[in-house]
Ligand binder design. Structure first.
Ligand SMILES: Nc1ncnc2c1ncn2[C@@H]1O[C@H](COP(=O)(O)OP(=O)(O)OP(=O)(O)O)[C@@H](O)[C@H]1O
Ligand SMILES: [Mg+2]
Length: 405
């Protein structure tokens, strides 16, 4: 009886299954080393949804907290990983950051001191109900917290500097936050504050994590904010990385896989980590004999298409595109497996009935976010995952018993 899947659809990948991203990790390691000798490094980890941003940032957090072969043993950082999702105002954002910074200080003897020094904002620091995490009690009035934020981080650094080489502060899930008025200015003046304090620079590795549009939000409010951050843009994983991941995941649960089934899974995930996990997980639960055959892989991919669709795209494909003819055109586009198609390419794939509606189809698809128009009459799916989902749905459609379509 199977109990735990080694795949983690919808959740950042556990460190032991993390694959690839060598260039990005090297870039970040370089930043960590620079930070540890007293510089401030700022980076924006970006890429489309589900590409692996949080997984990468969490992997780096792990490297900074645990011994590993990538970093010298003495390079350990105090790390604060903030999911900003619930924060709606600037003081709330700062509250979250201060809370995460303090709660990662495991040395209880420091808590009393920190509490009394920061008593303008903090009421209590103690263990949580279960004695596992640290709970920080804040005062009600946090209005001035943003303007005091730099001094607070500096103060915390001074409390822990004999134990660590730097601080890593991560702001993830910044979707709602980048639109908060003053957020972009706040980031800029916080980072400028570090630069101005040249006598003793705060060794801060500051990471923002979000889709590319979030940096556009920041740039709109304060154009120079964007320039402060080095961009780390995550792309699809290579075939080798995808294979390595599936092999490693399956090995850990003592499950074998046929070569053609592995190729099939890797091909349909298209290097998209989110889809690789969805497919892997579905295949894993479909299999009954701890050996993934081609049949298991096909069944699993059908299930994955359902899951992915339900989670992300069902509405876009079926509600926004009611016409079966339009959908058939879309299927043909997806099946061509070309990333970019011209109008001429599309026409070449269509029958007469479909050709007649090509312009209505293109207009509707663009208006509803189903396709994106590039320069010179080229078209693409707005995300690879969506393109792959359409492809999986088209395979399902093709395999449906006749008469049910
Ligand atoms: N390097 C990796 N190795 C293996 N699996 C990965 C890797 N990176 C990401 N994944 C998997 O891909 C999926 C998406 O990853 P993650 O949540 O990190 O993406 P994200 O870019 O942060 O997404 P979102 O924009 O929704 O926050 C998850 O199922 C995760 O487990
Ligand atoms: Mg994420």
């Amino acid at each position: 009886m199977k109990e735990i899947s080694p795949f983690s659809p919808g959740r950042p990948v556990p460190v032991e299954y993390f694959v690839g991203r060598k260039d990005e990790i090297n870039k970040l390691i370089k930043g960590i080393k620079q930070t540890s000798v007293g510089q401030n490094i700022n980076a924006f980890i970006t890429g489309e949804r589900g590409i692996g941003k949080s997984s990468l940032a969490l992997f780096v957090k792990y490297l900074l907290e645990n011994d590993n072969s990538l970093l010298p043993k003495d390079i350990k950082f105090l790390t604060a990983y903030c999911f900003l999702g619930p924060a709606k105002t600037l003081p709330e954002v700062c509250k979250l950051m201060v809370e995460k910074l303090i709660s990662s200080i495991r040395d209880e003897s420091l808590w009393g001191k920190i509490k009394s020094s920061l008593n303008k904002y903090i009421d209590s620091i103690g263990l949580d109900l279960f004695g596992i995490g640290v709970k920080v009690g804040f005062k009600k009035d946090l209005e001035d917290l943003p303007s005091d934020f730099y001094s607070i981080v500096k103060y915390i650094w001074n409390m822990v500097r004999d134990k660590y080489k730097g601080i890593m502060l991560v702001l993830d899930d910044i979707n709602g936050t980048t639109k908060i008025e003053g957020f972009s200015m706040f980031l800029k003046s916080f980072i400028d504050g570090i630069a101005v304090d040249y006598k003793e620079r705060l060794p801060l590795l500051f990471l923002l994590v979000g889709i590319p549009e979030r940096m556009d939000d920041l740039a709109r409010e304060q154009p120079s904010t964007a320039r402060i951050f080095d961009v780390i843009d995550l792309r699809l994983m290579s075939k080798e990385e995808s294979r390595e991941f599936v092999n490693r995941a399956l090995e850990s649960v003592k499950t074998g896989i046929a070569e053609e089934a592995l190729n099939f899974i890797v091909q349909y995930s298209g290097g998209f980590p989110a889809l690789l996990h969805e497919i892997g997980d579905a295949v894993y639960w479909t299999d009954r004999d701890n050996y993934i055959s081609m049949d298991d892989a096909i069944d699993g991919i059908m299930v994955a298409a359902e899951n992915v669709g339900r989670k992300y795209f069902h509405r876009r494909l079926y509600k926004e595109m009611q016409s079966k003819t339009h959908r058939r055109i879309l299927y043909k586009m997806a099946r061509s497996q070309k990333e970019i198609l011209t109008r001429k390419d599309i026409l070449a794939m269509l029958n007469d009935k479909e050709r007649k509606v090509i312009d209505t189809f293109l207009n509707k698809s663009i208006n509803r976010g189903i396709l994106r128009k590039l320069e010179r009459g080229e078209y693409e799916f707005p995300s690879k995952l969506f393109g792959l989902y359409v492809l999986l749905e088209s395979i399902k459609e093709k395999n449906k018993p006749r008469g049910t379509a």
